[in-house]
Design a protein around this ligand. Structure first.
Ligand SMILES: CC(=O)SCCNC(=O)CCNC(=O)[C@H](O)C(C)(C)COP(=O)(O)OP(=O)(O)OC[C@H]1O[C@@H](n2cnc3c(N)ncnc32)[C@H](O)[C@@H]1OP(=O)(O)O
Ligand SMILES: CC(=O)C(=O)O
Length: 532
């Protein structure tokens, strides 16, 4: 929610401070796409970058002026105050902020006297003049101005008088909000509460909070500041940012709305937050954090049997909110920690009504526990669990073929650097016996090709299916080559993704199990009729 005066402001800095994360590199089109998502979410301000310092950011603002049709958010340029000893109207970086055409500017300024003297190598008075003159200059050019008071909390604890003079200078010169930054991320919530209350009482300025996560408290510190009176909260989507990141704006917004009862996004937008968090991960090419509060894939995933048995009665008993409020879903995980209720709920998720059949539920629960003790893992292989359920409910898995035998050989050919694998699969499908031989760069790809070759004439649906991931895990490391091997296979087809598991003392045998199950599950999911 953007505003003037003292209405609460949500300020996103994913495109500037988020981009300072190690390994993150956003192109101009990436930034434009993320800005679109942020606007859709309903944040008040989008800090687009530092024009004049980073050429890509200058270009972003140039393109934003024509390509970005923001409906809600105010585009904000970030930059430093004028340099020491340079007239404000002669400082090219200040001019670049004006040239960016952004309607709002956030200036970063030193508020810790030690930084003024040692990093800027200037005097206390000159730093205050740099702040006052730059804020006024930008206001004279019609810009809304915020001031990010860098290292504020450390500075205030070291020399409160100077830190307070920085806040007053900025506010008196026309800065709309002075944002107290925990730049090094070393604060704890109690300290933040105290400082925000004191600064607010001493200066009367409108304050904001910008927290880094080095103590693991960025979200808690942001909430503490808001409860102590800050009217602007800054953060980044998914907590991207330098070192351990910034306050995750997603968690902050959900906490403010759902826990503190403060509607800070336009109505209905919180339910979009999971989708937007994931979309931004995709654009930024960052793996989603499974355990991210509210929006992570595991945020409402239940593994323990006792949890599931209570959830069966009422999901609220083991969930702090209804996942739909943030656009997420509850999931049941099946494992050796499952009880009958977990199996029943997971069955329901997969389309099986197992309610009331106590004997069947106990049998499946026991079988899962025994198989997990041998190395299977069903929480990562829903498709294998679905086939297991079919065996228990209908007496057998769907029979798409009868496999007679399979074998793989690995061959080193003279003069070539790499080994080649060759697989032969003998099976009957559609009333015809086939012997298919195919090569691959490894045993699993050779088996995949041979199985496909044998089945394709009967099941053309296989054309749409593709192996997309293959993971091997040695389960008993101490036994070295005698260890048990677990293989997880991920297959994609017709817009769906499914995972199967195989276990055995032989890695190829374990792979074959997982591969065959992935074919069976995929054919069934695509509606193929089994023909032996
Ligand atoms: C806390 C934060 O995260 S703030 C955001 C930080 N983001 C970035 O640094 C990313 C973009 N940065 C850059 O592109 C470059 O660092 C620039 C363009 C800003 C500066 O580059 P350079 O001039 O080559 O110098 P360098 O990176 O070594 O920075 C030191 C200079 O910045 C000045 N400086 C540092 N902080 C400030 C400040 N708050 N206000 C004004 N000047 C500052 C220093 O005095 C020094 O100037 P000097 O060389 O004239 O003495
Ligand atoms: C401004 C900023 O990014 C900080 O102080 O952390």
């Amino acid at each position: 929610m953007e505003s003037t005066g003292s209405t609460f402001q949500v300020y996103d800095t994913t495109l500037r401070d988020g981009a300072q994360q190690e390994g993150l590199s956003l192109s101009v089109p990436d930034k434009l796409a993320i800005a679109g998502h942020l606007d859709e979410l309903g944040v008040g301000f989008i800090e687009g970058g530092w024009p004049g310092a980073i050429p890509k950011d200058t270009e972003f603002f140039r393109r934003a002026a024509t390509d970005l049709n923001l409906k809600q958010a105010v585009l904000t340029a970030f930059g430093a105050t004028r340099k020491a000893g340079v007239a404000v109207d002669q400082d090219p970086q200040v001019q670049a902020l004006i040239d960016s055409l952004a309607p709002a500017v956030t200036l970063v300024a030193k508020s810790d006297i030690r930084h003024v003297e040692r990093a800027l190598r200037t005097t206390a008075e000159e730093n205050l003049a740099m702040i006052t003159e730059t804020v006024r200059h930008l206001r004279d050019h019609g810009r809304r101005v915020f001031l990010d008071a860098e290292h504020f909390f450390d500075g205030y604890r070291f020399n409160p008088d100077y830190a307070l003079r920085v806040v007053r200078s900025a506010a008196e010169a026309g800065a709309e909000v002075v944002v107290l930054c925990d730049t090094n991320g070393g604060m704890l919530p109690g300290w933040v509460t105290e400082v925000v209350q004191e600064v607010s009482a001493q200066t009367g300025a409108l304050l904001g909070i910008h927290a880094h996560n080095d103590t693991g408290c960025a979200v808690a510190n942001s909430l503490a500041a808001v409860e102590a009176g800050a009217i602007q909260v800054q953060g980044t989507l998914n907590g991207y940012g330098e070192r351990t990141g910034n306050a995750d704006l997603i968690t902050v917004l959900a906490d403010l709305e759902l826990k503190l009862g403060r509607p800070v996004l336009p109505e209905g937008k919180l339910a979009e937050i999971t989708r937007i968090a994931h979309a931004v991960n995709e654009i930024a090419n960052v793996l989603p954090y499974q355990r991210q509060p509210y929006v992570g894939a595991s945020a409402f995933a239940h593994k323990a049997g006792l949890h599931a048995s209570a959830i069966k009665v009422d999901p609220d008993l083991y969930q702090h909110i209804d996942p739909a409020q943030v656009g997420n879903d509850m999931r049941m995980l099946v494992s050796d920690m499952a009880g009958r209720a977990s199996i029943e709920l997971k069955g329901k998720e997969l389309g099986f009504d197992l309610s009331g059949d106590r004997e069947l539920l106990s049998r499946v629960t026991d079988r899962v526990k025994q198989l997990e003790a041998r190395g299977y893992t069903f929480e990562a292989a829903d498709a294998s669990f679905s086939l297991l359920l079919q065996e228990e409910v209908h007496g057998a898995q769907p029979q798409f073929c009868a496999v007679e035998s399979w074998r793989v050989i690995t061959e080193f050919r003279d003069g070539t650097a790499e080994a080649v694998c060759e697989a032969t699969v003998k099976l009957t499908a559609g009333g015809t016996r086939s012997v298919a031989t195919a090569e691959g760069n490894g045993p699993v790809s050779a088996l995949d090709h041979a199985l496909r070759q044998a089945l394709l004439p009967v099941y053309p649906e296989l054309d749409a299916m593709k192996l997309t991931d293959f993971k091997v895990r040695i389960l008993d490391g101490e036994s070295a080559t005698d260890a048990i091997t677990r293989v997880l296979v991920e297959t994609t087809g017709s817009g769906a993704v499914w995972r199967t598991v195989g276990v055995g003392p032989n890695v190829v045998e374990a792979s074959w199990q997982a591969l065959l199950e992935s074919f069976v599950f995929g054919l069934q999911a695509m509606g193929a009729a089994p023909r032996l």
